[in-house]
Design a protein around this ligand. Structure first.
Ligand code: KG4
Ligand code: ZN
Length: 345
């Protein structure tokens, strides 16, 4: 019988992390917060042929890859399946079919080895990436979260509790990067391509800031900014005017990122919190990293910025959040199901 009440909590457990919410099949092995190994098998190349992630293809790719990704991670860590103390897996948010592959694999592993299964919220995984960079990191800190599905600034109070201080009411920052990429004719994945193009441009075009004007000072809108870029392109096309795409990319990037950086530091000062962390795919953006580093330095705030590979989807962050849940004894039954959406609390 798989009985949750039998499991004891160990110090520095070996946790196998599994992530399959989108187009990366990723596994990682952590001992406590120490990363022993990471493996990632991506299907992004196939999706780029279609201009975006095709859910059915992603699910099939995860099915092909998950066993291999886990084998590689365990082998590279020098850990046998018997030495794994718990399995942490993303159960949402994400593409349902994709999530079910990783979740089913993790359930089978936990059942076979009779070890705890930990169901991890993907977004909380992004927020837990910072611990990988600084294993002795302790809350409180302010977290800037900017991914393809979420954009928010949070007050992380404990390993388990975070309060949303501000965020988007519509699109996420990453979504805006992807849509602007499409309008500029750049291939999937959009974000890194917009960044690359922006590097040779100037921020000369006045796009509306992502921070809502005349709002409460904590509400962002990326849909408005995206629409402004689309309108700019259409107007230029109608007039037969030549558009400098690099300038559009640079101006958009500034309008998208500057207010996020500014508000993050302002919230830290307002709350009297000494440390800022960040997570999510958009945090892999070099311009954001530079601006956030400078802003924290000027304000005398410590910045814990995860490596780029831990900002985009990965399994080490899932195992890291898994450790938070493990220490609290939050184990999942084998009946736990995947969820396409989980509200950000
Ligand atoms: O966190 P993530 O890998 O997946 C989600 O949980 O959504 O974030 C993916 C998002 C995409 O929208 C992608 O375009 C964006 O992160 N992204 C970037 C960069 N790298 C990834 N956006 C801007 N600049 C980048 N360098
Ligand atoms: Zn993600």
């Amino acid at each position: 019988m798989y009985d949750l009440s039998q499991f004891k909590i160990k110090e520095n457990p070996v946790i196998l992390g599994v992530e399959s919410s989108c187009d990366e099949t990723a596994c990682a092995v952590l001992r406590g917060r120490e990363i022993l190994s990471e493996s990632i098998i991506s299907s992004a190349d196939v999706h780029s042929l279609y201009g975006g992630v095709v859910p059915e293809i992603a699910s099939r790719a995860h099915t092909d890859a998950v066993d291999e990704a886990a084998k590689r991670a365990l082998a590279a860590a020098g850990i046998t399946p018997e030495e794994v103390d718990a399995v942490a897996v993303t159960y949402g948010a994400g593409l349902l079919g994709a999530l079910l592959v990783g979740l089913s694999f993790a359930k089978a592993f936990a059942h076979a080895k009779n070890i705890p299964l930990i169901a991890v919220n993907h977004i909380r995984g992004h927020m837990a990436a910072a611990y990988l960079d600084k294993p002795d990191l302790k809350p409180p800190f302010i977290t800037l979260l900017a991914s393809g599905g979420h954009t928010a600034i949070l007050h992380t109070k404990t390993e388990l509790e975070a309060e949303v201080l501000g965020g988007t009411t519509d699109d996420a920052a990453g979504e805006a990067f992807d849509k602007v990429a499409r309008v500029l004719g750049l291939p999937y994945p959009g974000g890194p391509n917009v960044q690359r193009l922006a590097e040779s441009g100037a921020g000369t075009i006045e796009f509306p800031s992502a921070l809502v004007k005349h709002g409460d000072g904590r509400t962002f809108s990326y849909s408005g900014l995206k629409t402004a870029v689309i309108n700019y392109m259409h107007t230029a096309e109608q007039r037969g005017a030549k558009v400098n795409a690099a300038d559009v990319a640079q101006s958009f990037q500034r309008a998208a990122i500057d207010p996020l950086v500014k508000k993050t530091v302002e919230f830290a000062l307002e709350k009297g919190v000494q440390t800022v962390t960040a997570g999510g795919g958009v945090v892999a953006n070099d311009y954001l990293r530079k601006q956030l580093t400078n802003a924290c330095l000027s304000a005398g705030i410590t910045l814990i910025l995860p490596e780029k590979k831990h900002c985009t989807d990965n399994a080490a962050m899932i195992a890291s959040e898994g450790l938070n849940q493990y220490m609290a004894g939050n184990f999942a039954p084998l009946s736990v199901n995947a969820k396409a959406q989980i509200p950000l609390k």
